[in-house]
Design a binder for this molecule. Structure first.
Ligand SMILES: NC(=O)c1ccc[n+]([C@@H]2O[C@H](COP(=O)([O-])OP(=O)(O)OC[C@H]3O[C@@H](n4cnc5c(N)ncnc54)[C@H](OP(=O)(O)O)[C@@H]3O)[C@@H](O)[C@H]2O)c1
Length: 285
């Protein structure tokens, strides 16, 4: 890669940011498509989000990904917010369109594309979603237009109830909520077609944990664990052993990144290149 005075700059802001996979994925994609662009990671403290966005304008940075903990606070510094990001109150992608900063959220569409790319179609299916945090909201929103039925279970009732009442404003599908407990999981799992873990259970350093008992998993079930660190979670391992269809969190990460890439460049994202770059980097870590 040769960086010149004409090179367009992209990046990701967050705190912490050291473990982000976005630079390796996007730089590999730029290189594969021979685009004169570079992608950097910027550690931005919460108190500096406004200054970072002013910097984006001043340096004419063409696009930014936004990760924890800035997805909500960045909104007030942008010029226009896409309806999905507005609904979710979370922006993970900023496009600099001729000086105007536009906010998007590609997490939900990333999850949907990851499912479909792995031959799991949520259309008219019963989906059991564990979690009601930021990522779960995005996943639930995109699924709520597709599924037959959506059940949301969360450790804390309030966020799940708020999410369901939000979703009911734009979806006429059956959406119910419950407490995340062994009993509610087991009861709901019986008729579930697709199980999605959108809690952080199983994420390093707690990689020995799973929200689901191994014996509840079965062949005619699709399981997506959005946790991607470790690449293969305990839930994913157990699901594979039970011969369920497994979609890893890396797939969602890649497709949300691909959706950001397409917003920025208007080019079709080289998904295979991005997947290879992300997996190679994770192996090194
Ligand atoms: N693959 C991807 O592209 C992608 C994208 C975004 C996030 N993620 C991953 O998704 C996970 C969640 O991220 P997030 O941004 O949604 O986080 P978040 O907003 O902090 O939400 C965390 C969720 O996990 C639940 N939870 C946490 N610890 C729990 C425990 N011990 N028992 C039961 N429930 C627990 C929380 O329940 P309470 O409401 O009760 O606290 C909440 O529903 C993280 O592992 C993150 O890395 C993946």
């Amino acid at each position: 890669m040769v960086v010149s005075g004409k090179t367009r700059v992209y990046g990701v802001i967050g705190d912490p940011i050291e473990h982000t996979l976005s630079p390796v994925m996007h730089n590999a994609a730029f290189e594969a498509l021979k685009l004169d662009c570079v992608f950097l990671a910027f550690k931005v403290k919460s108190a500096e989000v406004g200054n970072a966005i002013s910097g984006m304008r001043a340096f004419n940075i063409q696009g930014l990904n936004v990760t924890m903990p800035h997805k909500e606070t960045v909104i007030k510094h942008l010029d226009e917010i896409d309806p999905t990001a507005r609904f979710l109150n979370a922006v993970n992608t900023i496009q600099n369109k001729n000086g105007k900063l536009l906010g998007f959220n590609t997490d939900g569409v990333g999850a949907l594309k990851a499912l479909r790319a792995n031959q799991v179609d949520p259309k008219d299916k019963k989906v059991l979603l564990l979690g009601a945090g930021g990522a779960a909201r995005a996943v639930a929103y995109s699924l709520s237009q597709e599924v037959g039925e959506l059940v949301i279970l969360n450790r804390t009732p309030k966020p799940a109830e708020e999410l369901a009442s939000f979703l009911k404003k734009t979806s006429n599908k059956k959406i119910t909520v419950g407490l995340l407990s062994p009993e509610t999981i087991e009861t709901n799992l019986a008729e579930t077609n697709i199980l999605i873990n959108a809690t952080s259970i199983g994420m390093k350093p707690n990689a020995d944990q799973s929200p689901i008992k191994a014996e509840w998993l079965r062949r005619n079930l699709a399981v997506m664990d959005i946790v991607y660190n470790p690449v293969e979670t305990k839930l994913a391992k157990n699901a594979k052993a039970a011969k369920a269809t497994v979609v890893s969190g890396i797939e969602m990460l890649i497709y949300q990144g691909a959706a950001s890439f397409e917003i920025w460049t208007s080019c079709k994202a080289p998904v295979e290149v991005m997947r290879k770059a992300a997996l190679n980097n994770l192996k090194k870590v």
